[in-house]
Design a protein around this ligand. Structure first.
Ligand code: ATP
Ligand code: MG
Ligand code: MG
Ligand code: MG
Length: 473
């Protein structure tokens, strides 16, 4: 079937609507009342309130397409075919209503029925938790061949505090050509990672609550929560080599080609990684800023800063001069308009924030890269192949290079970064800041005593300089 990403998203939601589910809108990427999470990283992360019983939904059957950010996948982006920082997780949820049999029967119907996805059952493989024979039986009952059901120890879903339990994952066999892809092109697919069997869907039979103290408490009522990566499903429908050659990412890649003017996508696997990183990160920062986060040195803000700066360095590799990333914001807005109209509406504001962060980094970028390249030459000459902690810290503190960026940049040259040394330098700086604050406090106190002013003005100034600015909207 030839379907657009919008049609596929809608088809998923419509299918579960036809099974009595209510469609929930995509929630903000910024968790509400949940200090355990930096970003919403799955559909279920927004539904904890229903699963732990603190809120009762009008309908125990819910479905959504949830924008999600996973920082643990930042380094995979561009290197694997399937990982993004921001992706959409399609999901269906049962809050103490239906359980394993229905979840599996409906999953099979959605995937294989001609009326819906219409995928070839031969291409589908299921994994199950070895102790979960019920799941195995349920798959056999709907007609999955026994040799397409695989037991796997790690099929236990756990996102920290919240619902957890055994799960069953669905893989799509992309065919032999994808075996070769990994073997012929280890550069593009590190570790020769097999890209042939693509994990598209995870169905979680959540029966425990992962408590703050680390224990697992059986839930009074069993739940279903599932997660299907929209971008991966789109890559299957659109017969794309990776998630990127789809209608979700090509518009940003094409815009980047024209901003580069010289380099084309598909010309060199190494440069393709840069195109992919830029396309991916442009989405993540656009959505994150649209949801109220801002670049900074802490928490969420640091992630945005890291993504913007990584994209900028990749732009350099494509020969792009000056700020450019902000120009992709409106492209992202248009691509996502059907389901997320608010992004395009806010795109002027978002682009302004991105541009000012780009401008800021561009001020030190050329000098920073010069220093970094010199360090690389030096360490190659003295054969230590290591950037020490002080230099990594100088790159961070003076030139705005997140240490992860330095690491990635030098990795290509077979050079390591002393991250422990970097942390030591970071601690030293924090100490200096703490001491400075100590002195200021003492002074403030003195001033208090002397002039009897409760809030000396320099005290406020100090806070403005150092307070974590991630929460500033
Ligand atoms: P993988 O093993 O490929 O990293 P996962 O097992 O970590 O995926 P889950 O936590 O099971 O993923 O999430 C449910 C679904 O969300 C996955 O089956 C996949 O389709 C999608 N997904 C997970 N992480 C990403 C990502 N970084 N980018 C795009 N889609 C993702
Ligand atoms: Mg993963
Ligand atoms: Mg997995
Ligand atoms: Mg999984």
């Amino acid at each position: 079937k030839n379907l657009s990403s919008s049609e596929i998203r809608q088809m998923y939601l419509d299918f579960f609507k036809s099974k009595g589910h209510t469609i929930e809108p995509s929630a903000s990427l910024i968790p509400v009342d949940d200090p355990s999470l930096l970003w919403i990283n799955s559909g279920v992360a927004t539904m904890k309130k229903y699963f732990d019983g603190s809120v009762v939904p009008d309908n125990p059957r819910l479905t959504s397409s949830q924008k999600s950010i996973r920082t643990n996948d930042i380094e995979n982006v561009g290197k694997t075919a399937r990982h993004h920082t921001l992706f959409e997780m399609l999901g269906n949820f049962s809050v103490g209503d239906y359980f394993k049999d229905e979840a599996i029967t409906w999953a099979w119907e959605l995937l294989t029925s001609e009326e819906w996805f219409g995928w070839d059952p031969e291409k589908l493989y299921m994994t199950v938790y070895p102790e979960d024979q019920d799941a195995k039986k349920a798959w056999e009952k709907v007609g999955v061949a026994p040799d397409h059901i695989i037991e796997a120890e790690d099929n236990f879903w756990d996102i920290g505090e919240g619902p957890s339990g055994p799960d069953s994952e669905i893989f799509y066999d992309r065919g032999e050509a994808f075996n070769d892809l990994a073997e012929d092109d280890p550069e593009n697919y590190p570790g020769g990672e097999n890209q042939r069997y693509l994990e598209v869907w995870n169905i979680v039979f959540s029966q425990f609550n992962h408590e703050p103290d680390g224990s697992y408490k059986p839930l009074p009522r069993k739940n279903i929560d599932t997660g299907m990566g929209l971008e991966r499903v789109v890559s299957v429908f659109q017969n794309a080599k990776t998630n990127f050659e789809t209608d979700l990412f090509m518009p940003m890649i094409e815009e980047t080609e024209s901003l580069s003017g010289t380099v084309k996508y598909g010309q060199d696997p190494k440069l393709d990684v840069s195109f992919k990183v830029i396309a991916d990160h442009s989405r993540a920062i656009t959505f994150a800023i649209g949801d109220g986060a801002l670049p900074s040195n802490e928490g969420r803000g640091y992630i945005i800063r890291r993504l913007i700066r990584r994209a900028v360095v990749n732009g350099q590799k494509l020969g792009i001069q000056g700020p450019f990333l902000y120009k992709l914001v409106a492209v992202v807005g248009k691509v996502m308009q059907a389901y997320y109209p608010e992004v395009l509406e806010q795109s002027d504001y978002i682009a302004k924030i991105v541009k000012s962060e780009e401008d800021r980094f561009n001020e030190t970028l050329v000098d920073g890269l010069r220093l970094l390249n010199n360090l690389i030459d030096e360490t190659k000459q003295d054969k230590t192949y290591l950037i020490n902690g002080e230099d990594a810290f100088k790159l961070y503190d003076t030139y705005g290079f997140p240490v992860e960026l330095t690491k990635e940049y030098t990795e290509d040259e077979g050079i390591k970064v002393d991250e422990d040394g970097f942390k030591v330098e970071m601690e030293k700086q924090r100490d200096r800041a703490r001491k400075a604050r100590g002195n200021k406090k003492a002074m403030g106190l003195q001033n208090d005593l002397l002039v009897d002013v409760k809030v000396p003005s320099q005290y406020v100034g100090y806070n403005q300089l150092t307070v974590d600015d991630t929460q500033v909207k």
